[in-house]
Design a protein around this ligand. Structure first.
Ligand SMILES: C[S@@+](CC[C@H](N)C(=O)[O-])C[C@H]1O[C@@H](n2cnc3c(N)ncnc32)[C@H](O)[C@@H]1O
Length: 278
């Protein structure tokens, strides 16, 4: 990624390579990269296991977020699984699930099974607790597996998932691990399955968060990584109704097959602002 970026303290970087070299070192410096991931998880280990906690104190955006995600998911399920989908046993994976907010408010209503992946154990425990209370009576829709691992160490079972949902967590992965995660995760999709990536978007280049050790990438940065993953952009949508001071948020539907048409909504120009959702 050639464009320059900055960090949360206002420091400028010439390009992403310069930033990554400083953060995780040159190839072979495994210790520095391990530390990057340790610091990211340590940050979240210090956060309360609640919706407000996983949304960085912006718990009030939950409703708008879920509403936007539901409209996007509905369209995708209709287009990709119409007909057969209605009688199909649908399975989803909620990546970086936190306390299970997205599974509980959205995924569990559409999928017969949802697996959750989250490296912070007190978040995953809270998810298990809240989902078992809610759905203990239903054998038709349930949270099945709770994986306490980070994305960079996860390989899904082959052909298990219709949808792999990744929201507000991919910024913790380095570029190399981003690409290798999606390459491994592709194998976890059923035929016709797809990824939904929902993320904060930097206006240009990237913004490094020194506090939680994550980066917010620009649309161009994401598209370059999607290309390296061998993924195709099936649909893009802007999330509406979030507070002005937050980053813009986009939803990307990504497929392994070449889509017939890419649908795009008009994108809103927005500046990088410090109050991001963590
Ligand atoms: C902003 S919260 C979002 C949680 C959830 N996706 C949601 O929207 O409610 C970021 C989540 O990413 C998780 N996370 C941090 N590093 C991760 C990693 N390497 N792999 C997967 N998840 C990670 C955190 O523990 C935290 O639960």
């Amino acid at each position: 990624m050639e464009a320059g970026g900055s960090d949360s303290d206002g420091r400028e970087f010439k390009n992403a390579q310069e930033m990554w070299r400083e953060q995780i070192g040159d190839e072979g410096e495994a210790d520095k990269k391990t530390q990057w991931y340790r610091d990211g998880v340590a940050y979240w280990e210090g956060v309360e296991a609640s919706v407000d906690g996983v949304l960085g104190g912006y718990g009030q955006v939950n409703d708008a977020d879920i509403k936007g995600s539901e409209a996007f998911l509905n369209t995708l399920l209709h287009e990709r699984f119409d007909g057969a989908g209605r009688n199909q046993h649908l399975v989803a994976l909620d990546c970086g699930s936190g306390v299970g907010r997205i599974t509980k408010n959205l995924l569990i209503r559409y999928f017969n099974e949802v697996d959750l992946l989250e490296p912070v154990s007190h978040f995953l425990d809270a998810a298990r607790e809240s989902l078992s209370q809610e759905y203990v009576a239903s054998n038709m829709h349930k949270a099945t597996n709770f994986y306490c691992v980070p994305l960079q160490e996860f390989t899904p079972d082959a052909g298990r998932y219709d949808v792999i949902w990744i929201q507000w967590c991919i910024g913790h992965l380095t570029d190399d691990d981003f690409v290798s995660f999606f390459k491994r995760a592709k194998v976890g999709l059923k035929p016709g399955g797809f990824f939904v990536l929902k993320e904060n978007i930097a206006r240009n280049g990237f913004v490094l968060d020194n506090e939680d050790r994550s980066i917010t990438r620009s649309e161009l940065y994401f598209k370059d990584l999607f290309r390296q993953c061998g993924l195709h952009l099936y649909k893009i949508k802007d999330q509406k109704g979030l507070p002005e001071e937050l980053f813009a948020v986009k939803m990307y539907a990504l497929t392994t097959d070449v889509p017939k048409k890419v649908y795009k909504t008009r994108s809103k120009a927005q500046t990088n602002r410090p109050g991001i959702i963590k």
